[in-house]
Write a protein that binds this ligand. Structure first.
Ligand SMILES: *Cc1c(COP(=O)(O)O)cnc(C)c1O
Length: 639
């Protein structure tokens, strides 16, 4: 019996606690009476909940294979409302005189459908867009309809970029050029004079405040972008000299993404608000204070200042910002500006769920039982390992562990030098894993297990081989060890008896997940259910931000199928859109193969084989069909 079994009958509540779904789910994700993960987009309407298993069968019936990325447009809608309402509430409560205007940074998820939905759902709040490149500006201008919403232009800007932005201003867009490096201002001045269009200018500043967390190199004195204070003063002087100070409308900074500590956020706002006040005193009209991104997502649900979490709520974030801006500006009699934030992560993280099936499992105890007696002639080292196995007890587990490792390594070494057969080495491995399994079981009885044995569970954890690519679908899990909530989406009324790590199908040693969320720590294994012959589905949650376009074609696993779901208030749902994932031909063409040429080349080889008498002409037809099917196929494991 293991620890969880000792706790008695398994229930939905136990699954909720084990996987922490209430902590990270933000009210959107829960477990149903049937033990399946439910999505509930409306916080005040329980009937509008859909089981992910229903969606999986709907998707399957339509002929789409796993892995599938689901996008729930209601969750995007809901997050945009939540952010805007939270700022509105905070401003009302504190009697703030300005407004809030959010913008969505396109880079966080550039997919056309995502940007389209942001502008659609954002319209009632005049929620705008932020762009960091020419391509993003071109995309934004095609998606944006609301002239009240802000369009913030960050990033390097060349003449083409600036001309396009100036024309957009002339057409009535509320577009701001944010000056990131001093030289940029000259082009803005020159082009606006040449075209006779008055620009809206913003300045990005470097703050002395620096935040903790993974992504926060963007703040601080050494951050790549932004002007330091003496550059800010030179810029003001240049604008004055050109008689263009009237165009200076906005102050911006970006401290970095996923800022876990509210104190860092607050001190940055205080510093920026001071700079804002000084610019007003210099005579600039200003009006907009853009605090960038950074509003974090609580991926592990711990509500702490750990990198994968945050020690504040969205409401607290808004209140703290509004209060910090007010307190600074009121003390120097400067009118309250429109507060802009560029929250990307919080806006889209909840929106997408990655689903995949488990293909196979490797269990380390399945190397088999150890016999009672040994062959007389077997090598001494194997005998020693055997004795360790037979003499193991609670009192000597540490010693047995060290010995087992020692003899295993010796036996491996002997094998390399030809002093032991493959059969005997295989036999010794069976004894070794049996020993490690026993040690892990004994260890659970100890109150204070020896520190050396801390990771023994992960050493004997099952490997669940799953139908997806870490590199393509959750690149930050690989690149920066970011944690995402992962759990089975069904069978949640059953005890998950296995402890597992997850391997993807890239066969790359980095293509695995062996860090999982935990309330107080990071777990090295994930409790999962034993496979029972039916499909077993896992979900990776909160993957809407940054994962889609950062993904790469490692081992040529391409984009997954994407299905957009709309959940209706009566509890029905529509599959609004489906986008087929890349085919093998698609991914090959990304790396400059031409599928048509490939077919020709392969056909020539097949014809040669016919000529050489290796295959018949009708074999050739079947072989060509197989090659063609391969080209058309999904890059993942198909049924
Ligand atoms: C990436 C980025 C953002 C988005 O930050 P989040 O933490 O995802 O909200 C906002 N502004 C700028 C300038 C960025 O580079």
């Amino acid at each position: 019996m293991n620890k969880t079994e000792l706790l008695g009958r398994w229930t939905r509540e136990k699954s909720e606690e084990l996987y922490g779904i209430k902590n990270w789910g933000a009210g959107y994700f829960s477990i149903s009476d049937k033990g399946e993960v439910l999505i509930s987009p409306y916080k005040d309407n329980d009937t509008a909940s859909i089981s992910l298993m229903d969606i999986i069968s709907g998707v399957r019936e339509r002929g789409l294979d796993m892995p599938v990325l689901l996008r729930f447009e209601n969750l995007l809608d809901s997050q945009i409302s939540f952010l805007n309402n939270s700022f509105a509430d905070a401003m009302k409560k504190l009697n703030y005189k300005g407004e809030y205007r959010g913008v969505y940074p396109i880079k966080v998820n550039q997919q056309q459908q995502v940007v389209e939905e942001v502008t659609k759902f954002g319209q009632r709040y005049h929620h705008g867009l932020e762009v960091g490149s020419k391509a993003e500006l071109v995309a934004a201008l095609s998606e944006m309809k609301d002239k009240e919403a802000c369009l913030i232009c960050n990033g390097y800007k060349d003449e083409e970029f600036i001309d396009l932005g100036l024309y957009a201003i002339k057409m009535g867009f509320k577009l701001f050029f944010v000056i990131e490096i001093p030289g940029e201002l000259d082009i803005v001045i020159e082009r606006s004079q040449a075209l006779g269009i008055k620009p809206n200018i913003g300045i990005r500043i470097k703050l002395s405040a620096k935040a903790g967390g993974h992504w926060t190199e963007s703040g601080g004195d050494r951050s790549i972008f932004g002007l330091n204070m003496s550059q800010v003063i030179s810029l003001v002087d240049l604008l004055k000299e050109k008689n263009m100070l009237g165009s200076l409308r906005l102050l911006h900074y970006h401290l970095g993404s996923q800022i876990p500590n509210i104190r860092d956020i607050r001190s940055a706002v205080l510093e920026a608000a001071r700079v804002y006040a000084e610019l007003v005193k210099e005579g600039a009209p200003m009006g907009y204070l853009d605090l960038g991104g950074g509003l974090a997502v609580d991926y592990d649900g711990s509500n702490t200042n750990y990198t994968n979490s945050r020690n504040y709520t969205v409401e607290e974030y808004c209140t703290d910002i509004v209060e910090a801006v007010m307190s600074t500006l009121d003390s120097c009699d400067v009118p309250h500006p429109t507060i802009v934030t560029e929250s990307g992560r919080t806006t889209v993280a909840y929106y997408s769920v990655l689903l995949f099936n488990v293909l196979d499992v490797e269990k380390f105890e399945e190397y088999g039982d150890v016999p009672d007696k040994l062959d007389e002639n077997i090598a001494e080292q194997v005998k020693n390992l055997f004795d360790v196995n037979k003499n193991l007890s609670l009192k000597n587990i540490q010693e047995c562990y060290n010995d087992a490792l020692y003899y295993r390594d010796e036996i491996r070494d002997m094998f390399k030098h030809g002093r032991i057969s493959l059969r005997d080495r295989a036999f010794s491995e069976k004894i070794f894993w049996n020993t490690i399994n026993q040690i892990a079981k004994e260890k659970m009885k100890l109150k204070n297990p020896p520190p050396d044995l801390e990771d023994i569970e992960s050493a004997i954890a099952d490997i669940y081989y799953c139908n997806f690519s870490v590199f393509q679908s959750i690149p930050d899990s690989w690149a920066i060890d970011q944690l995402f909530p992962i759990m089975p989406v069904h069978r949640l009324l059953e005890l998950p008896k296995r402890n597992a790590v997850i391997a993807d199908i890239t066969c790359d040693c980095d293509g695995k997940i062996d860090h999982f969320i935990d309330l107080h720590d990071v777990r090295s294994t994930l409790p999962l259910h034993e496979l029972n012959g039916d499909d077993y589905y896992l979900g990776v949650f909160l993957v809407g931000a940054y994962q889609e376009t950062l993904g790469d074609l490692h081992n040529l696993f391409g984009d997954t199928n994407v299905v957009s779901v709309r959940i209706n208030p009566d509890g029905s749902y529509d599959l609004v859109k489906e986008i087929h994932g890349d085919s093998v031909a698609d991914v090959l063409s990304y790396v400059e193969y031409d599928p048509k040429d490939m077919l020709i080349h392969f056909r020539e080889k097949a014809e040669e084989a016919v000529r050489d008498g290796l295959i018949s002409a009708s074999d050739r037809r079947e072989i060509m069909q197989a090659y063609d099917n391969g080209l058309r196929g999904y890059t993942y494991y198909e049924r």
